[in-house]
Design a protein around this ligand. Structure first.
Ligand code: IVH
Length: 663
């Protein structure tokens, strides 16, 4: 059989990748593993690199983001993007329903009720089946062209089949809670200010000039309106939602047809309770009169449609006074300032504590003890201080203590880090937190290992390090408070069963700063065994994907501490898994070669160059060393170029790189 024609193969791969993207990002039911997906993507990328004549902006490979731009262009909306009127309580919802009933003069009507997603709205235009334009809401009449950024949102299809030459989809761009938490953790590590909430970070991530930034932020798009020529395309809203889903858009499944006000009210009540369990934030329910013909009869006011209403849940914000700031010690030894609040009732619970994360955050807020602040409780996220509302008359600044509040030993703040840490690896506070982390669901998953038990284990001296868990006996446990023979036996068995957990979990369990689930997986995939990771230099470590200088140095520093090495030894003696199936690099033109990219390349974004090098089997690292094989320099290259010259590392330009890629 002859080899497939590249054009056909490219089209086939694109189609297949689109299908898997939809299964993964929209339908939430993937059929292949991430690694299989990556392999298909690499095949496509290398074919596309070899055949630039078949380039297409709709290719799934383009989701990584194109070149940064100078600014945003303003675009007029096909039809105004108006806001919604709010109903703040049941009475106002009844008023709305009464007005609808009166204006429809006794006709039968029903509502489509949807969750009100807390993000920012965006209009996306498709022409000849292709995504052609994405615009933010702006002032409603005119928004900003964010097409390049919107393309990186994986749940937004780049191509769609439809009977219309052109149509428009409107919906909400959101950042899931998990992505939001991850982003703020990363920003802490880089010493950057945190985002206040997922909505702000979604807006901030969509409106950046560099699409590669948007691509990294894991935004999601939920569609809720389907328009042709600025008007609803189908006869009812429910039909539009179903059609949007059938076309491949992500439509929030939690919508319901409500025959009348009572059903609508119970939908609102139901989601007020359930909203904490969602992976994203909502701030209410949107009810729309289902029939488009009736929508037209109801019409619009200057600001909002008369056929829709946003039922808003009570604000989860309250103001209160910061009476003191305490310091807690976490598992990595990080000292976390916590605001002690005059207790307030916020959305169903009394709140008396809120995390302040670190010193920089306190500075960003301009907070001092005695100030009145706005706090917010959202979902299961710990309450947080949003801003200072009023400065206290007798306010006093907070100072990080010079010693650990638990063990009294020295604390240090490493350069470039936001966190101040206790240096004592045996600090009881750290130990308790380390055990809880080690035992948690996403790590070693030791069922039954909660606060009450860990407190006793440490306080009674039964556990001096996580490895001691594996030596615990039924008799020792049965002697503890609130612990029967049966549960003691069960916990011992639970602990023993975790010896089989794979290396990435063990690595994550060690509590190395910045090494969470993902980085642990990458390290295990790259190095294959605990020993190799322990022995690796910062440079070696940086050869692993996504491992930058900060993470590499944290790993090296961790293993330089003797007690940490002893911990690893003890875990080894306990029989935990220290080996892992290495991921083999694809052989290619650049196999074994290490590159550093610097400056602006004339013809491709850095991310693209990195991808091309990796597709050909090469590695891209962040800093120049003697082990670097080539530095690829573009315009305005800085210190890396100087370093390359100093170390006599060959410097090449983009054209040379392309020649190497072509062999
Ligand atoms: S419909 C004419 N549906 O809420 C209809 N909006 O307060 C316009 N929003 O600007 C919007 N979830 O950004 C609609 N399921 C949903 C929504 C939703 C969130 C946002 C949207 C809108 C704002 C109005």
């Amino acid at each position: 059989m002859s080899a497939p024609v590249p054009a056909e193969e490219i089209l086939r791969l694109r189609e297949e990748l689109r299908r898997h993207e939809h299964l993964y990002y929209v339908a939430d039911s993937p059929e292949i593993t991430d690694a299989e997906y990556d392999a298909l993507m690499r095949q496509l990328q290398s074919l596309e690199a070899a055949h630039p004549e078949f380039d297409s902006p709709d290719s799934p490979s383009r989701r990584v983001g194109g070149a940064p731009r100078e600014g945003f262009v303003k675009v007029r909306h096909s039809a105004q993007m108006l806001s919604l009127d709010n109903a703040l309580n049941e009475g106002e919802l009844r008023d709305f329903d009464r007005r609808v009933g009166e204006l429809l003069e006794g006709a039968v009507y029903s509502y489509s009720a949807e969750l009100k997603l807390d993000g920012l709205s965006m209009a996306v235009r498709y022409e000849q089946g292709r995504l052609s334009l994405a615009v933010t809401r702006g002032d409603g009449a005119e928004g900003e062209d964010v097409t390049a950024n919107a393309r990186t949102i994986r749940s937004l299809p780049l191509t769609v089949e439809s009977p219309w030459d052109a149509f428009e989809v409107r919906g909400e761009v959101i950042m899931p809670r998990q992505a939001f938490e991850r982003l703020n953790t990363a920003r802490d590590a880089e010493g950057l200010p945190r985002y206040a909430n997922p909505r702000n970070s979604a807006a901030g991530s969509l409106r950046v000039l560099d699409p590669a930034v948007t691509a990294a932020r894991q935004l999601d798009f939920y569609a809720y309106l389907l328009l042709v020529d600025g008007r609803p395309a189908l006869a009812s809203h429910g039909q539009s939602l179903k059609r949007l889903a059938a076309m491949g858009f992500k439509v929030n499944i939690n919508w319901r047809q409500c025959p009348g006000l009572d059903a609508l009210i119970s939908f609102c009540q139901e989601w007020d309770i359930r909203r904490d369990n969602l992976g994203y934030e909502i701030d209410g329910v949107v009810a729309k009169v289902d029939s488009v013909e009736q929508q037209q009869r109801l019409g619009w006011t200057a600001k909002a449609p008369r056929w829709a209403i946003a039922f808003k849940y009570p604000a989860r914000q309250q103001s209160t006074v910061v009476e003191d700031i305490l310091v807690q010690v976490g598992r990595t030894g990080a000292l976390t300032p916590v605001a002690c609040l005059r207790p307030v009732f916020v959305a169903g619970v009394t709140v008396s504590r809120a995390t302040l994360h670190n010193e920089d955050e306190i500075e960003r807020l301009g907070l001092q003890i005695g100030d009145t602040v706005v706090i917010e409780r959202s979902g299961d996220v710990i309450p947080k201080v949003v801003r200072v509302e009023r400065q206290g008359e007798e306010r006093r600044p907070f100072r990080m203590p010079a010693g650990c509040p638990v063990c009294g030993r020295t604390v240090l703040r490493a350069e470039g880090e936001a966190a101040t840490r206790c240096v004592n690896t045996n600090c009881p506070a750290r130990l308790k937190e380390s055990i809880l982390h080690f035992a948690s669901r996403g790590v070693m998953d030791i069922d039954g290992m909660g606060w009450a038990l860990v407190d006793q284990l440490v306080d009674k001296g039964l556990v001096r390090g996580v490895a001691d868990l594996y030596g615990l006996t039924r008799e020792q446990l049965a002697g503890l408070e609130r612990m029967g023979e049966k549960s003691a036996e069960k916990i011992v068995a639970n602990i023993q069963s975790t010896r089989e957990q794979p290396l990435p979990r063990v690595l994550n369990g060690l509590g190395i700063p910045f090494v969470g689930e993902r980085t642990a997986q990458i390290l295990a995939d790259t190095f294959g065994e605990m020993d190799a990771i322990m022995r690796a230099s910062e440079e070696d470590l940086q050869r692993a994907e996504e491992v930058g200088p900060k993470v590499a140095s944290a790993i090296v520093r961790f293993f330089a501490v003797e007690s940490n090495r002893e911990l690893v030894d003890a875990l080894g003696r306990a029989g935990l898994r220290f080996t892992h199936q290495k991921r083999v690099a694809a052989p290619g033109m650049l196999a074994g070669k290490t590159f550093v990219l610097t400056g602006t390349l004339p013809g491709m974004a850095r991310e693209e160059a990195k991808q091309k090098i990796e597709d050909a089997g090469g590695k891209v690292t962040g800093s120049v060393s003697k082990k670097t094989d080539y530095v690829v320099a573009g315009a305005d290259a800085g210190s890396k170029l100087d370093k390359a010259r100093a170390l006599a590392v060959p410097v090449i330009d983009e054209a040379e790189l392309l020649r190497m890629l072509e062999g």
